[in-house]
Design a protein around this ligand. Structure first.
Ligand code: GDD
Ligand code: MN
Length: 356
């Protein structure tokens, strides 16, 4: 069964069209619509109760406005479906896409299916220049700070589906507006797919996105990216350690080929120790030695690139030990980036599905 979770705040004039379009698009499926309303002053809940006479609706009314994120989390909690879809009530998310999202989960082997505004075949209408700039910057910031969300091009989408048994919601902080961000960061193993759609203009009523939501988003991003920031600090200090070790070894008269290798290994041990004790202190598994070996394996390509570039440069164009090493570090970083972005964090794939 499919549960469509819809958070609402002052959407009275949209809810009927929304429910009717969901129902016709899901005719022939087993589904329910879970509406989580925060006691909207415009009477959204009353209108929903009327609709519930003719449609499979579960209505949850919360006493006061508690935010979009927590509405989604609570709605998913009372939903009975094996597949959950989250969508907005204002018709910017076309209900006609529902069978496709559902199909990607059921037939396409996806754990999470994201309806995307930011890929070939997608479009956005009805947004001001200003709103477009804000949204692109917010997307860029999320992708830059959170490696786990680089799997999708539209990690801020409010329209997505997931398999309940494969995706954990319990560790989610319901504070954020962007639930998908939380889902992607806390379900790193999930297989994510993305499908393009046309994000339309709002139906009736006003957007609830305001300065408070923007501040909430920034707070959410900071909280989720603490790990990335720690990793960056460690990496930065590792560069200093690497160059410092090289300089000391060279003053002792050790040749570049030898000193470069030792300096690289010293920095690897330095980075590993801090990442193990600090950045990833909450997710250590197995023995120390095992983790150390895996770390070497995971960074091997980058380390070899670093060493090769450093030594070759030193022999040919750049007879300065430290500069050659620095260029090597940058090259190693680039190699790591290219490898991880193509092998580890591939952007979501679009999976075709058969119409039922
Ligand atoms: N229950 C509840 N409580 N619902 C809320 C609240 C709240 O405090 N705030 C907003 N909603 C509901 C709205 O009624 C609507 O159905 C949905 O959440 C999205 O709100 P909009 O006000 O339409 O958001 P938007 O169109 O500006 O933002 C969209 O784009 C964002 C990315 O740019 C949404 O799809 C967001 O989810 C998305 O992150
Ligand atoms: Mn909207």
């Amino acid at each position: 069964m499919l549960s469509v979770v819809v958070p609402t705040y002052n959407e009275r004039d949209n809810i009927r069209e929304l429910v009717e379009r969901i129902s016709s698009s899901l005719a022939g499926f087993e589904y329910e619509i879970v509406i989580v309303d925060d006691s909207s002053p415009d009477g959204t809940a009353l209108e929903t109760e009327r609709l519930a006479l003719e449609h499979p609706i579960k209505l949850m009314v919360r006493e006061r406005r508690m935010g979009l994120g927590s509405a989604v989390v609570e709605g998913a909690r009372i939903a009975d479906g094996d597949v959950i879809v989250v969508m907005d009530a204002d018709l910017q998310h076309p209900p006609e896409l529902l069978p496709r999202l559902y199909g990607m989960i059921v037939d396409g082997g996806c754990d999470i299916a994201v309806a995307s505004r930011r890929m070939g075949g997608a479009s956005i209408t009805g947004w001001s220049m200003w709103r477009k700039v804000i949204s692109s910057s917010a997307t860029l910031a999320a992708r830059a700070l959170l490696p786990e969300v680089r799997r999708v091009r539209d990690p801020l989408s409010g329209y997505f589906a997931y398999r309940k048994d494969r995706v954990r919601l319990d560790s989610l902080s319901p504070k954020g507006f962007k639930v998908l961000l939380e889902i992607l960061t806390s379900n790193r193993e999930a297989h994510v797919c993305e499908v393009p759609y046309s994000f339309g203009a709002r139906g009736r009523g006003k957007s609830k996105l305001d300065v408070r939501v923007a501040i909430d988003y920034l707070t959410q991003l900071m909280r989720l990216s603490v790990r990335t920031l720690k990793f960056t600090v460690v990496g930065g200090s590792g560069v200093a350690v690497n160059l410092g070790a090289l300089a000391s070894l060279r003053t002792l008269g050790i040749v570049h080929v030898m000193a470069a290798a030792v300096a690289i290994e010293v920095s690897v041990l330095w980075n590993f120790t801090w990442n193990d004790m600090w950045t990833f202190s909450d997710s250590r598994s197995g023995r120390f030695g095992g983790r150390l070996a895996r770390y070497h394996g995971a960074t091997a390509a980058g380390l070899l690139t670093q060493y090769a570039v450093s030594v070759l440069l030193y022999w040919t164009l750049l007879p300065s030990s430290l500069l050659a090493q620095l260029v090597g570090i940058v090259a190693g970083f680039g190699a790591n980036y290219l490898l991880s972005s193509s092998m580890v964090w591939k952007p979501g794939s679009v999976v075709e599905y058969k119409l039922m």
